[in-house]
Write a protein that binds this ligand. Structure first.
Ligand SMILES: Nc1ncnc2c1ncn2[C@@H]1O[C@H](COP(=O)(O)OP(=O)(O)OP(=O)(O)O)[C@@H](O)[C@H]1O
Ligand SMILES: [Mg+2]
Length: 499
């Protein structure tokens, strides 16, 4: 009977009257807020899944991509009552058919979904904010528990996906754990305790005014378990891993954007940092009393052989990444850098606060060997103790001098794992003995001598490179000058930004 305008006005009036006299207030949480997905909607859905499994009579069941668990949810237009700090909250899942498709850059779903929260007006100032925070936290926890962990990579370079994400991810299923990791048990225990303290240290970091992050530098020869250690850390803490490929990052601001798109409770890894960008010691060619380039301001800042030639991402950019204000845009994050040559790294990168713990992954020691024997051949603790032929004792005598990596030992054990256990060990012992003899030959160099020679070779290479650059600059002064000016302009601008 009523014309539509009148009908609308009457409904509005009734609504107002109802709201005035009702002791409840209502909050609509729609799935899509304008064009963006409403994070709170997703969080409520996940949160209610924890109580719905117990209370609801009609439930929807879902299993997310990459997830190994099922979640329950409220069915369409169903209700559920929850309590928080003594107050009652009633949730209703409201699903309505969307009217004619309005113009939108992205197609909207046919159904309009949302949750309506009803709480008493008197409870609103007391619980609303805390309740919503509680929902977000619980939802994140449930997601983490249900979702398999992810391994992210920035292999697309700076390109973003349709949701504006620069990271690509795959489920992370590395089976390495601290149990399977072969290293000294005391060292292992120390690292685990450190990780545990970190994960439980929210209050401590708040109290001391420190950003909730920690840096680990893993260094040692190839095949000593650096990557396995990272996987073990992720499995131990239940964190995602962001494997940052620095060679795919072109500018400092790109690096910052990548950092901003990482989540909390994650490990950000840069493998082989010495090979990724030119991080040679900046003080080598610097005139005395001149501050290091990262502290210099103005147009000449952050240029020079170490900073802006080979790659436009600079050491300062990387330092800011791990330690600057931007590094705190999330919390509970671990930075792990790995290198085979710690001496190649700039001291600024190694200082406390950036890399809090330096972990040397050494050649296979005797305790580490026992762990590998247990993993690969199934030896129990003490199984070989007190043997007449003293296999264990012989292994202990030769292992250090053989300077063999856990990776090499693993390979040998895998090869012989079908043989009888003791035969496999004897074979390993033979290999270790022959390696020891090889190392002792007059022509063969000791580890220290090899390391020294390697350093000398690196220094020679660097000097040659610098000479080459100087020569090129002299040959084409005009071109070189222009190139340097352009570079200065760009880099100076970025530095100004960061300052
Ligand atoms: N400490 C270790 N404990 C258990 N397994 C190990 C250990 N070190 C190496 N391995 C075995 O050797 C293989 C190579 O190890 P990993 O990739 O962790 O070495 P890495 O130190 O990262 O080497 P690189 O410096 O070349 O990257 C792994 O598959 C792992 O099974
Ligand atoms: Mg590795």
């Amino acid at each position: 009977v009523f014309p539509p305008e009148l009908r609308f006005a009457t409904a509005k009036l009734f609504n107002r009257l109802f709201n005035c006299f009702s002791s409840y207030c209502y909050f609509d949480i729609t799935e899509i807020d304008g064009v963006n997905t409403n994070e709170l909607y997703n969080a409520v859905q996940v949160y209610l899944s924890s109580s719905a499994s117990v209370a609801g009579s009609r439930l929807s069941l879902t299993r997310a991509l990459n997830s190994s668990a099922f979640t329950f949810g409220l069915s369409n237009n169903d209700r559920l009552v929850d309590t928080f700090r003594g107050a009652t909250a009633t949730w209703e899942h409201v699903v309505t058919q969307r009217q004619a498709q309005t113009f939108s850059w992205r197609p909207l779903p046919d159904e309009k979904r949302g949750f309506t929260l009803r709480i008493e007006k008197k409870d609103k100032p007391l619980i609303l904010q805390a309740y919503l925070d509680h929902i977000m936290d619980t939802a994140n926890d449930i997601r983490r528990r249900n979702q398999d962990r992810l391994l992210y990579t920035n292999s697309r370079g700076g390109a973003m996906d349709s949701r504006g994400h620069p990271w690509e991810s795959v489920p992370f299923k590395h089976p390495s754990t601290f149990d399977t990791l072969a290293m000294d048990p005391s060292k292992k225990e120390e690292i685990m305790a450190d990780l545990r303290d970190f994960a439980e240290g929210n209050a401590f970091y708040q109290k001391t005014g420190r950003a909730w992050k920690r840096g680990y530098l893993l260094y040692g020869p190839p095949g000593t378990g650096k990557s396995s250690m990272i996987a073990a850390m992720a499995n131990f803490l239940g964190y995602d891993i962001y494997d940052l490929e620095l060679t795919e990052v072109h500018t400092n601001s790109e690096l910052r954007k990548l950092l901003m798109k990482t989540t909390s409770k994650s490990i950000i890894v840069i493998e082989d940092i010495d090979c990724s960008i030119n991080l040679t010691n900046r003080s080598s060619k610097k005139p005395p009393n001149e501050p290091p380039s990262e502290f210099r301001a103005g147009p000449g800042a952050r240029t020079g052989p170490d900073d802006a030639t080979a790659n436009s991402i600079t050491l300062s950019g990387l330092l800011n990444f791990t330690d600057g204000l931007w590094s705190c845009c999330g919390s509970e994050r671990i930075f792990v850098f790995t290198t085979n040559r710690i001496e190649k790294l700039d001291p600024a990168l190694l200082r406390s606060g950036r890399m809090d713990m330096h972990i040397f992954m050494s050649y296979c020691s005797f305790p580490a060997l026992k762990i590998l024997m247990k993993n690969y051949l199934g030896f129990d603790d003490g199984e070989l103790d007190g043997e007449e032929d003293g296999l264990l004792k012989q292994l202990e005598e030769v292992i250090d001098e053989a300077e063999i990596t856990p990776a090499d030992v693993s390979e040998l054990l895998i090869k012989n794992r079908r043989r009888e256990k003791r035969e496999a060990i004897k074979e390993l012992l033979e290999v270790l003995k022959s390696r020891r003899v090889e190392k002792k030959k007059p022509g063969s160099r000791s580890a220290a001598a090899r390391k020294k020679r390697l350093n000398e070779e690196l220094e020679e290479e660097e000097e040659e490179e610098e000479e080459e650059q100087e020569k090129r600059a002299l040959e084409s002064p005009k071109d070189g000058g222009e190139a340097m000016d352009m570079c200065n302009g760009k880099e100076g601008g970025e530095k100004g930004d960061e300052n």
